[in-house]
Design a protein around this ligand. Structure first.
Ligand code: ACO
Length: 330
């Protein structure tokens, strides 16, 4: 029997508060028509200021464990993919470990921006398939409202807050993770960055006055790379696995922009009814987009045990990745 890393359940948590396009019209020079036609986004959820990521990550993890029928005490490890953790130290995964009572679990964060969830899933898969762990919680989430400049119309319309979690568990059936492909090109790091967020720039009154603690993006250039890299990495993964596009029942892409997702699907030769798009109501939650999209597909009845799924993401770094899996236990 082959030992596989199976993805057996997903849980999510979203803040109550909705920030609609109409709300943003009162904050910056924008309008609903522009935002919907350029991005597909109608509203996003945002936390009350000061609410940390762990306040979303812990309930998402708990919902995931409840759905999986697994106790927190039986988890071996927790990986949290985020760029807006509660702190640089301690890691948000450590805080979740304490909060949910995962007493025997090790825990750490992965910072890989919008590709963070795929990168964390790859790490968990390697642990579980090699016998290094039996159950790992993979959390993806961000409180993007903590790094978004709500006076910058180029970026503030794009992002929201939210978190999701999946349980990766050892199994010996046919389902499970079949393969990964990850990539990066650090030469484009400056096109999507938060300048004052680490050792490169010490926080100061000047840095804050210049808005250096906010996310900066060269949107048009990032857009072009995103379309190319997402379709390319998914194609490369299919080739590596010796599969064709008809082996994909569901494409679950990172939700940055509807106009990035549609050409990605087209280049893969997939009809839109095989693509999950939930960006209209939750926007880009960075580490959270893929688990939130998985949960929305499950709620619609499109993701069930045995569904063949391609996850694909692209984001700051640049970093990108794809994962092919068959959902559920069994
Ligand atoms: N409302 C109205 N007008 C706007 C707005 C707005 N909110 N934002 C920009 N505009 C204007 C611009 O100023 C520009 O005006 P100009 O032509 O007079 O200069 C015009 O609209 C067109 O701007 P573009 O940047 O060309 O618009 P584009 O169609 O490229 O859409 C967008 C911008 C939505 C940001 C798009 O480029 C995008 O989605 N980029 C990629 C985002 C992404 O994938 N990020 C990666 C993941 S994020 C992560 O890793 C954390």
């Amino acid at each position: 029997m082959t030992r596989r890393a199976q993805v057996v359940a997903v849980g999510t948590a979203l803040p109550e508060r909705r920030l609609t396009n109409a709300d943003l019209e009162k904050m910056v020079d924008t309008n609903d028509e522009w935002i919907v036609s350029r991005t597909g986004i109608r509203e996003r959820r945002v936390v009350e200021p000061g609410t940390p990521l762990s306040a979303l990550a812990a309930p998402a993890a708990e919902e995931c464990l409840r759905k999986a029928g697994v106790s927190a005490a039986d988890i071996d490890g927790i990986i949290c993919a985020t760029i807006t953790g509660d702190h640089v130290m301690p890691a948000t995964a450590n805080l979740v470990q304490d909060r949910i009572g995962a007493t025997k679990a090790w825990a750490y964060d992965i910072a890989n921006a919008c590709n963070g969830f795929v990168a964390a899933l790859a790490t968990a898969s390697a642990f579980v398939s090699s016998g290094g762990a039996d159950r790992i919680l993979v959390i993806g989430g961000d409180v993007m409202s903590s790094v978004v400049d709500y006076t910058d119309r180029n970026t503030c319309i794009l992002f929201g807050d939210g978190a999701g979690a999946v349980l990766v568990e050892a199994g010996e059936g046919d389902n499970g993770i079949r393969g990964f492909k990850l990539g990066s090109d650090g030469s484009f790091g400056k096109l999507l960055s938060i300048p004052c967020s680490g050792s490169a720039m010490r926080p100061s009154d000047e840095a804050v006055a210049a808005g250096a603690h906010f996310l900066k993006q060269e949107g048009r250039e990032v857009f072009q790379h995103a379309v190319r890299r997402m379709s390319q990495v998914a194609t490369q993964l299919l080739e590596k696995l010796n599969l064709k596009a008809d082996a994909i029942d569901l494409l679950v892409p990172h939700q940055a922009n509807r106009r990035i997702i549609e050409p990605t699907a087209r280049r893969l030769g997939l009809p839109m009814d095989k693509v999950v798009i939930n960006i209209a109501n939750v926007a880009n939650t960075t580490g959270g987009t893929i688990p939130l999209a998985l949960a929305s597909a499950e709620a619609d009845g499109r993701l069930t045990t045995g569904t063949r799924v391609m996850l694909v993401a692209f984001g700051g770094g640049f970093a990108w990745g794809a994962c092919y899996l068959t959902w559920g236990r069994g």
